[in-house]
Design a binder for this molecule. Structure first.
Ligand code: SF4
Ligand code: SF4
Length: 379
């Protein structure tokens, strides 16, 4: 099903390079090297095309987007075209001069991720000594440049009981917003699922804390909360629906409906090096495979929520059920929901973490297999 509607948002993964090594990173296990990345001219052209298509917001991400020296140029192009720019950064490479330069070029908003609410947890999960202190300084630089700040708090077993400390951190750093997002199990997080899976009691404590803090801080701090998938009864609309209003461009120019879509092995994605962005958005078979609701099998086909959550996440359906077109197994109406409930209990305290790194050997990748009758937790 092709579309005449333009996309509203774009996630530009400028690079997979990053000084941190988070074991929940949503980048693919097969990380790209710098020499695979689009050139300055190619990215600039992509951003001009996106603006021509009517994209309103570009999220500049990675890896660590500030490692691209030409980030300033990209922000200048997008600002000139009236596109809102959001920088999603780990913050450890930022200096005040760089922040000022990005702000001068027209950057609109900054999100800094904290792997923990304390240096002990941040430095451990990011596998970088001193990372937490650097992030604190980066947040100050953002405020010195009068830019709005969001703190990203990716949550899992190792930091779920720091929820109230994360909120205090956001207040101390004068952030407008905090995004408390429980880890979604794609990429490196899927590989580390057993280690990162929180316990139900911790999830319940977290939800209670968030309810209280939202009430207490109304009008002062916006608290966005992404509930942990495996403990939910209904899925989220992944990316607002497959190829519905946003797309992702990976460092080498591959265009995808979501950042984890490359995990669907039968799917072929086009690249901005070979086709115009608008043609890919409208006509690419990968985009049209799960666009809208016509492709849906039961139970989604006859479900009243199908225009709300679009059947959830295709990558999660594949990872847990073995078929991308199935209803997201997070859904209580899915015949595979029992697998998700078992997976939610499969956390292993003190299980070994595999930190993100370039050149991980493929046998580790082979550990991630769908559930089956003989293998009910998919490990
Ligand atoms: S999740 Fe961690 S390793 Fe991955 S890009 Fe972000 S900061 Fe880097
Ligand atoms: S059956 Fe499909 S459309 Fe209905 S709630 Fe579940 S995932 Fe969503």
């Amino acid at each position: 099903m092709s579309t005449n509607l333009p996309p509203l948002g774009m996630l530009a993964e400028l690079t997979h390079r990053c000084p941190l090594q988070c074991p929940y990173c949503s980048n693919p296990l097969d990380l790209m090297k710098a020499n695979a990345e689009l050139s300055t001219q190619q990215w600039s052209d992509v951003f001009e095309q996106a603006a021509d298509m009517g994209v309103l917001q570009v999220h500049l991400s990675g890896g660590e987007p500030t490692l691209r020296k030409d980030l300033d140029t990209f922000i200048e192009i997008l600002a000139r075209r009236g596109v809102y720019t959001n920088l999603i950064t780990a913050g450890v490479s930022l200096t005040l001069d760089r922040m000022k330069s990005l702000a001068d070029r027209g950057l609109d908003h900054v999100q800094i991720s904290f792997q923990g609410a304390s240096s002990q947890v941040t430095d451990f999960i990011g596998n970088m000594k001193g990372a937490h202190e650097k992030k604190l300084r980066a947040a100050e630089f953002v405020r010195q440049c009068d830019l709005p700040l969001t703190i990203n708090a990716p949550i899992h077993r190792y930091n779920i009981d720091q929820t109230d400390e994360f909120i205090k951190l956001a207040l101390d750093l004068d952030a407008e917003r905090i995004e408390i997002a429980n880890t979604q199990f794609y990429g490196w997080a899927l590989l580390n699922r057993a280690s990162l899976m929180p316990e139900r009691a911790a999830v319940e404590r977290q939800i209670h804390t968030i309810e209280l803090e939202r009430e207490r801080l109304k009008g002062r701090l916006l608290i966005d909360f992404v509930v942990p998938d495996y403990f939910a009864d209904f899925p989220k609309a992944c990316m607002g629906g497959w190829a519905n209003d946003a797309f992702v461009v990976s460092p080498d120019g591959t265009v995808m409906p979501c950042h984890a879509a490359a995990s669907i092995p039968h799917m072929r994605f086009h690249n901005v090096r070979e086709r115009p962005l608008a043609e890919i958005w409208q006509h690419s078979p990968a985009f049209n495979s799960y666009r809208g609701t016509d492709w849906m099998p039961e139970p989604c086909r006859s479900c009243e929520r199908k225009h709300t959550d679009f059947g959830g996440c295709r990558c999660q359906a594949l990872a847990v059920t073995g078929a991308a077109e199935n209803a997201d197994p997070v859904c209580s109406l899915s015949p595979f929901h029992g697998h998700v409930q078992r997976l939610a209990k499969s956390g292993l305290p003190n299980a070994q973490l595999t930190f993100r790194r370039l050149g991980l050997q493929t046998p580790a990748v082979a550990r991630v297999v769908p559930v089956s009758r003989d293998n009910p937790v998919g490990d």
